[in-house]
Design a protein. Structure first.
Length: 346
């Protein structure tokens, strides 16, 4: 009898064992669920993002140096990066490049805008499709992008460039500016502050002309030679984009007026090495374009990971950055002269 009862109890336990399984299964599901919830953010953090960086123009030393920084950051930070620009500074060609990246469904587009307004529609299309959009080097209207990565504070830079010129012409005489594109927001802002500094502090100086180069070295040289012909009284030329100062220095050198006409502005040490050493240019100012490329990719990845950029935040290989509203500022301008030129190679 005992064995019959025992057999029945075993059979009953076997048949009704499914009543116990949900408890065990439920426990495992809860545990696995917690495990999945813990792992999901980690998976997101380790997602390989794709970032597209678009310069104003390709093939000139300044943006070639930016490209080096972009690819170095991509390797260091474990993200896929694309870097593509047109051969001329043209917003329509930038628009076509951006449309291509939209089709590829990249995670973020970072553009140095040739026009702050005309790129708006294509940037809006990118954002509407879930692609993050930022600007660097040259800004777009802030309604079209998330933030802007600036090299330096534009007021500090513009006033500094004017000081560099005025101190070398004894705060007197006529000067001209060779810019890139008159539609480029960053160049316009720098020129604005140059004019403010001159009008506030150097009343005996006079701006006679602003001419475009479209960031083309040949066009910049042509503009410089025409300025020298049209304004023989010039005492100084400012180049507000990287091709301007070397073109102006060469034009001054060609008419044997090295040292008589002061050449300053924004360019790379390597482009200006010959001219600063032979005296056909006096000083150029810039920052590290390679670091700018590196910073752009670094900020892009921070945003894609859901992190906010804070004032004085330390960025690896860059240092501490400043944040003013929706603008990240990389650092202070650097002057390159005969005394320190050989310390730099870019």
């Amino acid at each position: 009898m005992f064995f019959r009862v025992l057999s029945c109890m075993i059979l009953l336990l076997f048949v009704s064992g499914c009543n116990f399984i949900p408890k065990t299964t439920q426990y495992e599901v809860i545990y696995n669920g917690e495990k999945e919830q813990q792992q999901e953010p980690a998976n997101q953090r380790h997602k390989t993002y794709t970032i597209a960086v678009i310069p104003k123009v390709s093939g000139i030393p300044y943006f070639n140096a930016v490209e080096e920084g972009v690819y170095e950051a991509g390797k260091d930070l474990g993200v896929n990066v694309f870097y593509s620009g047109s051969l001329i500074a043209d917003w329509k060609q930038q628009e076509a490049i951006i449309e291509g990246y939209i089709e590829q469904k990249v995670d973020l587009i970072a553009v140095s805008a040739n026009d702050p307004e005309k790129l708006g529609p294509v940037l809006k299309r990118a954002r509407n499709q879930g692609i993050r959009v930022i600007t660097w080097d040259s800004d777009a209207n802030n309604q079209y992008r998330e933030l802007f990565i600036n090299m330096v504070d534009p007021e500090i830079l513009g006033r500094h460039i004017m000081d560099a010129l005025s101190s070398r012409v004894n705060e007197r005489g006529s000067y001209a500016i060779i810019t890139g594109s008159k539609e480029a927001a960053n160049l316009n802002e720098w020129i604005y502050w140059m004019n403010v500094q001159q009008q506030e502090n150097y009343p005996n100086m006079k701006l006679v002309d602003i001419v475009e180069s479209n960031d083309d070295p040949k066009q910049a040289y042509k503009a410089a030679t025409e300025l020298l012909k049209q304004h023989p009284e010039l005492t100084g030329i400012i180049g507000s984009s990287s091709v301007g100062p070397p073109a102006a220095a060469q034009a001054v050198k060609d008419i044997n007026k090295s040292g008589e006409i002061t050449v300053v502005g924004l360019s790379t040490p390597n482009l200006m090495r010959e001219y600063i050493k032979d005296g056909s240019a006096q000083v150029v100012t810039l920052w590290s374009p390679k670091k700018l490329g590196y910073l752009t990719v670094s900020i892009a990845k921070e945003l894609l990971e859901g992190n906010e950029i804070s004032d004085n935040q330390y960025i690896s290989n860059i240092g501490n950055v400043r944040v003013k509203e929706d603008t990240v500022i990389m650092g202070q301008p650097i002057d390159f002269t005969k005394e320190n030129l050989d310390q730099y190679d870019f």
